[in-house]
Design a protein around this ligand. Structure first.
Ligand code: PLP
Length: 404
């Protein structure tokens, strides 16, 4: 099978039949929509009422939306007065949390804290806030991509209002010490937001046990379609909306609710609850097997991040002396989908800010590939990957001017 990117082709000329034969190891970028979720969408296609309308069609849609809201709140241990604001995606949830909260705290006298490894939907908000006068501390990470808690403690100031640190990193899967961060925030009366887009549905969360004030998630990372996300927000946290509108979502996010998206993500959550522990174990074994097989067959590789401190579904590997782009093209040709760096930055040839923050050299960072597993992957798919990858790496190294 040959699947080469052919940007000149019109969409209808793409070999879509062979897409089904692709092996998909890019679940951290997005997940396929689960069959059960598709069924839920299909069986609700006629639910078109506006959830704000006060007639039977609207009231029925409202009931469905509120049931899903309740399920999500229960899943994270939220209380009755805590909010779940449905949004369009994880990026919007992050923007709403950080910008919405800081609209009540003017620059000049406000200190805020984040890490050096955030997703661009947090990192770029902080960069913007810094440019308009907020005092920002960026907490560094260690070689495994875990934030340095002592530095976090030291960075707290009298006027620190917000800490935003991700639950787990999207490039390496590194899991952050969320309970400790929550404790530091609580002891210092600081609001704590976490971008849980990668961790949600994979690592169980109780926002009260972990002292999380705001938590972002995204539907398309848990087998729902794109276009639905959420921000859990504890009672008492005051936000200013970034989308003003007709008062939907507690007045925090204008716009008629994406009813079908909400129904879909509700079904996705039910499946998460059924499969969570078993699935984490299964994906962990797949990752361990890939680590071993890579080690046996390909010299000069580095696993980025200690596997015992990273999520079961993400493995980030640097291949010395070659650019990840070469591997990507080789695997594309074989119909095997992976990412270099994170998907959101995959059209830029700058080394990953996450890997360089961990102390990985720029050259090794440019040679890094992210394999990420999901519900539809089977252990046997590793055989096809490993029958191709060593050859691709070897050929690339033969041509590399920097590999010896
Ligand atoms: N945060 C993290 C950690 C992510 O991995 C992503 C997406 O890759 C996002 C935020 C953005 O989510 P969305 O694509 O739903 O905007």
């Amino acid at each position: 099978m040959t699947i080469l990117p052919q940007p000149s082709k019109r969409p209808e000329e793409y070999p879509f039949e062979s897409l089904a034969e692709c092996i998909y190891f890019d679940n951290a970028a997005t997940t396929p929509v689960r069959e059960e979720v598709k069924d839920a969408i299909k069986s609700h296609l006629d639910v078109f009422g506006n959830p704000s309308s006060k007639h039977p069609k609207g009231l029925f849609a409202r009931q469905l939306v509120e049931r899903v809201r309740q399920d999500f709140k229960e899943y994270v241990g939220a209380k009755a007065k805590d909010k779940l604001i449905f949004t369009g995606c994880g990026s919007e949830s992050n923007n709403l949390a950080v910008q919405g909260f800081l609209s009540n705290h003017r620059p000049g006298n406000t200190h805020i804290i984040t890490s050096t490894i955030e997703h661009p939907s947090v990192a770029n908000v902080f960069k913007h806030l810094e440019s308009v006068g907020y005092d920002v501390s960026y907490i560094p990470v260690d070689v495994d991509g875990i934030i340095k808690v002592d530095e976090l403690k030291r960075s707290v100031k009298r006027n620190t209002k917000l800490i935003s640190i991700m639950f787990a990193n999207n490039e390496t899967g590194s899991i952050q010490p969320i309970a400790e961060i929550g404790r530091i925030a609580r002891e210092n009366n600081i609001v704590f937001h976490t971008d849980a887009v990668q961790a949600f549905g994979k690592i169980p969360v109780d926002i009260y046990e972990l002292e999380i004030d705001m938590l972002s998630f995204s539907g398309h990372k848990i087998y729902a379609p794109k276009g639905i996300g959420g921000l859990i927000c504890r009672e008492g946290i005051e936000l200013v909306p970034i989308i003003h509108g007709g008062g939907q979502e507690y007045g925090m996010r204008g716009g008629t609710e994406n009813t079908l998206g909400i129904i879909a993500v509700g079904r996705a959550l039910e499946l998460v609850k059924e499969n969570n522990a078993r699935e984490a174990e299964r994906l962990g074994k797949m990752k361990q097997s890939l680590i071993e097989r890579l080690g046996e067959t390909i010299p000069d590789i580095t696993i980025n991040g200690d596997p015992s401190k990273t999520m079961a579904h993400i493995l980030n590997v640097s291949f010395k002396g070659i650019e990840a782009e070469t591997i990507l093209i080789g695997l594309n040709t074989e119909g095997i989908c992976v990412s270099k760096g994170s998907a959101c930055s995959s059209d830029k040839i700058i080394p990953s800010h996450v890997l360089t923050a961990m102390g990985v050299s720029a050259r090794d960072a440019l040679g890094s590939i992210r394999f990420s597993f999901g519900a539809y992957n089977e252990m046997s798919e590793l055989d096809r990957l490993m029958s191709k990858l060593p050859g691709i790496v070897e050929r690339a190294r033969e041509m590399s001017p920097v590999y010896s």
